[in-house]
Design a protein around this ligand. Structure first.
Ligand code: 28G
Length: 638
């Protein structure tokens, strides 16, 4: 009888727990937008990955089903089904119905605590219309179903099996999520990243919503070594080998992979228990100290630096460096405003000690590689001094902003930035039309001549000498890098207006890359837009229609009737429009379509890979990016 009473109390507590999740889903999965929806999948997959990290699972399969439910299958031990002491219920039921039932794994596993991850299966269950779990264990298949977190029947045996594992299928609750539409590419990218971070784990994703079914499998024997190779794929590495360090210290498992390319950008990503730490933290600090120490020691020992020379700075040594730092730690502490910065001091010494030893050894074994890296750093050191001068010039230019606005800029008369926008226009002729078309009070025009400098392919000193770049920096008023100040922004909207063709898309991309590298907050805070000039003009009996896509043209033709009075013009460039047409179609705030450029802060590593891919020399990936560009740009509801 006592047991029954306890059971009742437990049940009530359970329902209260899951009710709390349903009341405030954002607290548990960040949001109920698309991002939150995708988090549900990561939560379930992360549990399977934990089973792989514990050494018992080698394969995970993910399916987007036709009805938009998700199935995840692993070949681990299967969630235990025996009666749990405290709850007096099967362990698997506890896992799905008690908040925070996951907890830390014993037996050498790593389980994440804190942040959005690892809050577990019960959260997904609470936010699902229905969820079914099947456990294969001890020769039997066990099954249980829940609806909105509530148990539908006791765990039952539904069959026999000769393997082990867990299968979970869930249908997100449509009264909680805005839309239940999964993006295959988003899931694919994240699962690829997970596969890179867990070597030898095979992960597949299958989209059953489409005909024919699409499937991708990720399986990397080299783990983060292959991750670095992937990021550098469209770059030119300075040497063939990927430097790899691995080891355990103080129960912290450390893995680092790195390779330099001939660019000037640093692409170093750090992870803790497979979760990206965008703000770095102690593991990143350890990585940086080790790079600086080991290379300077080597350079001194082998006389690549003379006695009187200054040490190479960390920044010099990290020029063009692509690296992944991945550590596994049993009790990560996250700090900082967004809880994305690793605070454990022991992680710093663990990374340092593993790297100091193995990196030193690698350099001794590969003197040619050591020399190549140090030579690049020596060049970077020289450029750094030149850049400091150039930066000072840029800073002064910004201070004197009002007097020295670029000559090509047709500024607006309104001085309240909230009302103002600046059009960055490709080419002088389109710039001319835009100048006569614009609303002079609120719209400024800055024409750019030809292709703008690719900031991924030039050192800072050269970048800051570039006329187009200087013009933008002065016009915006914000300054760059550490001196960036959004309060000084002179225009609320920065609108890129290029031709609707491949070259135009390329110019837009070069501009976005410049903003992303020099003033990322402009993008993060949503000030950057792409204008959408029409692709076609259709004239019939003196009436005019504009179409912004092939589909739109087709539907207009459908409406007005297909006959010989139709005059269809395809716009090859902005230059083919006169001022009035440009105003009507692309610049009039009442009628135009603007796309706001957005950047998911969660996805910074992915974005960066995209930018790297895009800006490299190889043509094919660039074309592919332009096709997929829409993903980074969200429709604006102006
Ligand atoms: C397919 C989709 C998601 C999982 C396991 C395996 C174990 C486990 C999971 O234990 C700890 C213990 C009982 C509550 C552990 C199996 C030890 C021995 C496991 C998954 C807490 C959780 N045998 N596989 N959890 N329990 N896969 N895949 O979720 O009390 S979760």
């Amino acid at each position: 009888m006592e047991q029954n009473e306890n059971y009742g109390a437990e049940q009530i507590q359970i329902l209260e727990g899951l009710e709390a999740v349903r009341k405030r889903p954002g607290m548990y999965i960040g949001s109920t937008s698309t991002r939150g929806l995708h988090h549900l999948v990561y939560e379930i997959v992360d549990n399977a990955v934990d089973e792989a990290l514990a050494g018992f699972c080698s394969e995970i399969e993910v399916f987007i089903n036709e009805d938009n439910s998700i199935t995840v299958i692993d070949n681990g031990r299967g969630i235990p089904v025996d009666i749990q002491q405290k709850a007096q219920r099967p362990a698997v039921e506890v896992v799905f119905t008690v908040l925070h039932a996951g907890g830390k794994f014993g037996g050498g596993g790593y389980k994440v605590s804190g942040g959005l991850h690892g809050v577990g299966s019960s959260v997904v269950n609470a936010l699902s219309n229905w969820l079914e779990v099947e456990v294969s264990r001890d020769g039997k298949i066990y099954k249980q179903r829940y609806e909105r977190g509530k148990v539908m029947y006791d765990l039952k045996i539904v069959g026999k099996t000769d393997h082990t594992g867990t299968k979970v299928t869930f249908m997100p609750d449509d009264t909680i999520f805005d839309d239940i539409i999964y993006d295959f590419d988003t899931l694919k990218t994240r699962l690829r990243e997970t596969a890179f971070l867990t070597k030898n784990l095979k992960i597949s994703i299958t989209d059953k919503r489409v005909e024919p079914i699409v499937s991708k499998t990720f399986h990397y024997e080299g783990g983060i070594k292959e991750f670095v190779a992937y990021i550098n794929k469209h770059k030119d590495p300075l040497y063939d080998k990927i430097i790899y360090c691995e080891g355990t210290k103080d129960d912290i498992y450390v893995e680092v992979a790195l390779q330099h390319n001939d660019s000037y950008n640093e692409a170093v990503y750090s992870f803790v228990n497979n979760i990206i730490t965008p703000e770095g933290g102690m593991h990143m600090t350890g990585f940086r100290s080790s790079i600086t120490k080991v290379f300077n020691d080597y350079a001194r020992e082998f006389k690549l630096l003379k006695e009187k020379d200054d040490n190479l700075s960390g920044e010099d040594l990290r020029e063009g460096l692509t690296a992944i730092i991945s550590i596994k730690i049993s009790e990560p502490q996250f700090e900082g405003q967004t809880k994305q910065k690793l605070g454990n001091a022991e992680a710093r010494s663990a990374v340092e000690s593993v790297m100091n030893e193995q990196l030193t050894y690698f350099l001794e074994q590969n003197p040619q590689v050591a020399k190549t890296i140090i030579n690049k750093a020596l060049l970077a050191q020289k450029a750094r001094l030149a850049a400091r001068k150039a930066r000072d010039v840029a800073r002064k230019t910004t201070l004197a902003e009002t007097m020295t606005l670029p000559g090509k800029l047709a500024d607006c008369s309104d001085k309240d930035p909230m009302n103002c926008e600046i059009y960055i226009v490709e080419g002088d002729s389109a710039g001319g039309s835009a100048k006569s078309a614009r609303n002079r009070a609120t719209q400024a025009i800055l024409p750019l001549r030809g292709k703008i400098l690719n900031v991924e392919k030039a050192r800072i000193d050269k970048i800051l000498e570039n006329a187009e770049i200087k013009a933008m920096i002065t016009a915006f008023g914000t300054g760059i890098h550490d001196n960036f100040n959004i309060d000084k922004l002179r225009y609320n909207k920065i609108i890129i207006m290029t031709d609707a063709d491949v070259d135009g898309a390329h110019i837009a991309t070069l501009l976005l890359t410049f903003f992303y590298r020099f003033m990322p907050d402009l993008i993060k805070e949503g000030h950057v837009y792409l204008a959408q000039p029409p692709l076609y003009k259709l004239e019939k009996n003196k009436k005019v229609w504009y179409a912004y896509s092939n589909e739109e043209l087709a539907s207009i033709i459908n409406e007005v009737g297909r006959d010989s009075n139709n005059k269809v013009q395809r716009y090859k460039g902005l230059g083919e429009m006169d001022a009035e047409q440009l105003w009507d179609t692309t610049m009039d705030p009442e009628k135009r379509i603007l796309l706001r450029v957005s950047m998911d802060e969660d996805d910074e590593s992915e974005i960066d890979i995209t930018f790297n891919t895009l800006m490299g020399d190889k043509v094919e990936p660039r074309r592919k990016f332009i096709e997929e560009n829409a993903r980074f740009v969200k429709n604006l509801d102006i």
